[in-house]
Design a protein around this ligand. Structure first.
Ligand code: PMP
Length: 450
């Protein structure tokens, strides 16, 4: 039986639901990356590191709420905090103490967070970061890096033809696109050249590389950017929606010791509920302040920020609980050790099976690349990609086969080729993932896919 035949055999109910779904949602899905051929699986419930689909299959989950569930599904303390809050009301349409508590954790943990504002998603956070930067500097242009993802807002979505492997979107006005410049990462002289014109409000990037580190950055690039942006009075925005609270408690800025002017955060910070924030220098966030004595400022120069669900009490309760548990400081080191073992073992499997490719990542996320000769890892995990040797993305046909094969063997990858290990994945889970990877790679070779 081929991988896809086995996939169909194991998931009849999911196939049925998908038939309904294609008559309801475009392509049957509610998020672009949940689209999987021949159909996605439908999940019934989840607990800890596992989720169960509607056909009763038990899956070790590596999607982990698109990276939000650092402590796994339905964590008892977070669940309790949410239930308690729901019983006290889900929306006060007013200020409340929980928003102060939530913000307090963010200010304590994120080094550059002097002040912040909450919103409901990462996309909203990057949208606001851009608006703040434009208002603060009085400049319109933005500089991003090819393939770096910042949510689906108009001004940051795949904008340049050479971003060949990044999805673009129709429906974005030319005038908007023309204000966003995109350059390849890791080349500071290109950035300098663009900044020299003096019209760039902000440089924004994923601080561990495009698509949560699928295309890692060269060491030192963040520090070079910090220096160049400061010199040109351009703001530096770290999009830490994925990396915040993950690659260290204080995000990439703490891990690499480079402080941005503005950070965008979401996912982990809300404990699995919707939530995001823009955090940063107080003088920049002050663009949102009301000035009692200046109607002109309030009407014309102030940055506006409404939003029905901003800092809603349920997300605040969930996020505060998540961050308070992480702040104890005992979660990251054991998780990184599990992650390291996973990567080392998967790379051994590829070597033993003479399958070109590698499994690489950072802290607790990983990416699988197949059909490509990666450089030798320094210690089985830390890949030092030479300049001009940035890894390509996994070819779609290989990623799709890997995704299906891993699901057949009880592991759900994030997208086609990666995942998030959480603090509640056990050593047995990691063993099972390694076993599933070995078997799937074997099947892919047997099918002649590589
Ligand atoms: N920025 C980055 C780096 C992201 O990875 C994402 C989502 N994966 C976003 C922004 C957008 O966040 P959201 O999906 O919450 O809108």
């Amino acid at each position: 039986m081929t991988i896809v035949e086995e996939y169909r055999r194991l998931h009849p109910r999911s196939a049925e639901l998908y038939e309904q779904a294609v008559r309801t949602f475009p392509s049957g899905v509610t998020h672009d990356t949940r689209y999987v051929s021949p159909f996605p699986i439908y999940v019934d419930h989840a607990q800890g590191s596992h989720k169960w689909d509607v056909d009763g299959n038990d899956l070790i989950d590596l999607v982990m709420g698109h990276g939000a569930l650092f402590l796994g599904h339905a964590h008892p303390q977070i669940t309790e905090a949410i239930i308690e809050q729901v019983q006290q009301g889900t929306h006060y349409g007013a200020c409340h103490e929980r928003e102060l508590e939530w913000a307090g954790w963010i200010k304590k943990l994120i080094p550059s967070a002097e002040e912040l504002r909450f919103m409901s998603s990462g996309t909203e956070a990057t949208m606001m970061a851009v608006r703040l930067a434009r208002a603060y500097t009085g400049r319109d242009k933005l500089l991003k890096f090819d393939s770096h993802f910042h949510g689906w807002n108009d001004s940051l979505y795949g904008v340049r033809a050479p971003e060949a492997m990044t999805p673009h979107s129709a429906g974005i006005p030319e005038a908007t696109l023309s204000n966003t410049l995109s350059v390849p990462p890791n080349d500071i002289s290109l950035v300098e050249e663009r900044l020299a014109a003096g019209d760039v409000a902000a440089v924004i990037l994923e601080p561990t590389g495009a698509s949560w580190g699928t295309l890692p950055l060269m060491p030192g690039f963040l520090a070079e950017l910090r220096e160049a942006t400061a010199r040109h009075n351009t703001l530096l925005i770290f999009d830490e929606v994925i990396t915040g609270f993950r690659v260290s408690l204080g995000g990439a800025q703490q891990r690499y010791g480079v402080l941005p002017d503005i950070s965008t955060l979401a996912k982990i910070m809300a404990g699995g509920m919707p939530g995001g924030c823009v955090a940063g220098r107080a003088d920049i966030l002050a663009m949102m302040e009301y000035r009692e004595d200046s109607g002109e400022w309030n009407l014309e120069r102030r940055v506006a920020h409404p939003g029905t669900y901003n800092a809603n009490p349920v997300s605040a309760a969930s996020g505060s609980k998540m961050l308070s548990i992480l702040a104890a400081g005992d979660k990251h080191a054991p998780l990184e050790a599990q992650h390291r073992r996973l990567l080392q073992e998967c790379n051994r499997i590829l070597q033993r099976r003479k399958m070109p490719g590698c499994v690489y990542g950072l802290a607790s996320y990983f990416h699988v690349l197949l059909g490509y000769r990666c450089p030798e890892p320094e210690d089985g995990v830390e890949w030092s990609w030479a300049e001009g040797e940035m890894p390509p993305r996994i070819p779609v046909h290989l990623g799709t086969a890997l995704k299906r094969g891993m699901i057949n063997r009880g592991v759900d990858l994030m997208g086609l080729n990666g995942g998030f290990v959480s603090a509640v994945h056990t050593a047995e889970d990691v063993d099972a993932i390694i076993g599933a990877f070995d078997a799937t790679i074997g099947e892919m070779q047997a099918e002649g896919l590589v």
